[in-house]
Design a protein around this ligand. Structure first.
Ligand code: SF4
Length: 494
């Protein structure tokens, strides 16, 4: 890891500049200093022995970006003119000039270019909404954001597939999220809201009471405004950490409140060590149409190293059991870039998955999140550094098995700045995943740390309300959280 980098600016695009620095210099702390003594629109940063200076200027009513890099006696310069001068353009100009000069200096490029945000496909949708065709967008992305041609094509392909699920927009159709923040133990890479049952098992019943109360109160509001629920998703944590009775109680309530118009009902059964025949039967009887059983890897040594308390064999057995009980829409998640894993490990994982033939496969790239155990001990992150090669292998695998990419998102600090991609067979796309990533539909969320999002489609605006993360506080302050959520919804629907 690099030592702390100092970034001195006299403009309002420090966050954008910092994102580009992180892209090239990795996970590092950046100390941002605003200094008015600096020329307006200037920024300056020093990393290792490099001093990079960048400036936005005006020339013939055009905006000009300039960057100068000094390393000992060596000096490199880059400048470019931009025809439009909007706030967005200035932000992008700051990123572009820094990216281009650092790329030149360090000999590195990144597949998503200057796009450091979570949802690159949103840009494609915006362009499609304005009437631009696929060909135009496939060249617009590389020209304006330095995205590789391959990723630009992928983005267009995904956006086209998503559109039939997103449109026509209807404000009164929503999706529901229900969070179960418990897991048997905590995986080392986890950054989700997850509490180990070993220490927090005693809170489960109280949590379910509060959760169901929150759902009931919100349902009264939803009825009043005739809201329709398109999809429902129970995630976590691991929902199948609940015992059969608890799971049954939750599902019966969720389905009776929100099941009327449902077209898809997903429940994560992520950890194979939580899956039993009894629980799978409860899910089936409770109306669940799609489940997710997540191997992450099919290599036992890695599972042990990342703190997953199950074996690859248990994953296979759970999957086969689910099939036997009639589940015909099963997703599997895998993670590329896990500690110690190389191409041969991934080949083993894919080979095992090939035998199971899930309807969808979600390929995650390792992201080192602040809240994970791995982040606290970076030494255990030592993959073989060829995550891009692994990604290629998964693309080939998906092609071979008629699994099409249907949604994509990115996270901060992803290995090699890659992405997470959901693949599915035709007709098995998870509509919930598309809606949550593209943010064109209101999402009403229940449970600790769950975030309700209201979408104002006409104004391209999103408002959020998060529940409390701490389980005890979530339970004791449930009314306050319901009131805040209803106020947020009232604003949209009044
Ligand atoms: S199963 Fe998922 S939510 Fe639970 S600890 Fe592991 S990564 Fe976190």
């Amino acid at each position: 890891m690099n030592a702390m980098i100092k970034l001195v600016v006299n403009h309002t695009y420090a966050a954008e500049a910092a994102n580009i620095i992180r892209l090239f210099y990795g996970k590092t702390q950046i100390d941002i200093v605003n200094l008015e003594a600096l020329e307006y629109n200037q920024s300056l940063f020093q990393a290792n022995e490099v001093l990079l200076y960048s400036l936005l200027d005006y020339e013939d009513e055009k905006i000009v970006g300039r960057a100068i890099l000094n390393l000992h006696d060596e000096k490199k310069e880059y400048s470019e003119k931009y025809p439009i001068d909007t706030e967005k353009q200035r932000k992008e100009a700051v990123k572009l000039i820094m990216y281009k000069l650092l790329s030149l200096h360090l000999g590195k490029t990144y597949p998503w270019g200057i796009l450091t945000g979570i949802r690159p496909i949103k840009i494609v949708h915006e362009l499609m909404d304005k009437g631009f065709n696929d060909e135009y967008i496939e060249s617009f992305m590389p020209e304006n954001y330095l995205v590789s041609i391959e990723k630009a094509k992928l983005a267009v392909d995904i956006a086209q597939r998503e559109r039939s699920f997103i449109y026509p927009l209807d404000t009164k159709t929503v999706s529901i999220y229900i969070g179960i923040p418990f897991c048997p133990t905590r995986c080392h890479y986890c950054s989700f809201t997850s509490n180990s049952l070993k220490t927090c098992g005693g809170l489960v019943e109280g949590y379910l009471d509060a959760l169901i109360y929150e759902m009931e109160q919100t349902h009264v509001f939803m009825n009043k405004y005739n809201l329709k629920v398109q999809t429902m998703y129970i995630g976590g944590g691991t929902p199948t950490s609940l015992n059969e009775e608890q799971l049954e109680r939750l599902l019966a309530k969720a389905y009776s409140l929100f099941g009327e118009d449902l077209v898809e009902f997903t429940c994560e059964a992520g950890r194979p060590d939580t899956i039993t025949e009894g629980k799978l039967k409860v899910l089936k009887q409770g109306g669940v149409t799609r489940i997710s059983i997540n191997p992450q890897t099919m290599n036992d040594e890695t599972l042990k190293a990342i703190g997953r308390a199950h074996s690859a064999e248990e994953t296979v057995k759970s999957f086969e059991l689910a099939r036997k009980l009639g589940f015909d829409n099963i997703n599997m998640d895998i993670i590329l870039g896990l500690p110690g894993e190389g191409i041969e490990h991934l080949e083993r994982t894919l080979h095992a998955i090939e035998k199971l033939q899930p309807e969808s496969l979600t390929v995650h790239t390792m992201a080192i999140k602040r809240a994970s155990i791995i982040n606290e001990n970076l030494d255990i992150v030592s993959n073989s550094g060829n995550t891009s090669e692994m990604m290629k292998l998964t693309v080939e695998f998906a092609n071979k098995h008629d699994l099409h990419p249907y949604y994509l998102y990115r996270q901060k600090n992803m290995v090699e700045n890659l992405e997470n991609i959901g693949y599915s067979k035709a007709g098995y796309e998870c509509i919930y995943n598309i809606q949550i990533i593209e943010e064109k539909q209101t999402n009403i969320a229940f449970g600790a740390d769950a975030i309700t999002k209201t979408v104002y489609t006409d104004e391209n605006r999103i408002e959020r309300q998060a529940n409390i993360k701490d389980i005890k506080l979530y339970i004791s302050r449930i009314d306050e959280q319901i009131n805040k959520k209803l106020k947020l919804l009232e604003e949209l629907y009044k």
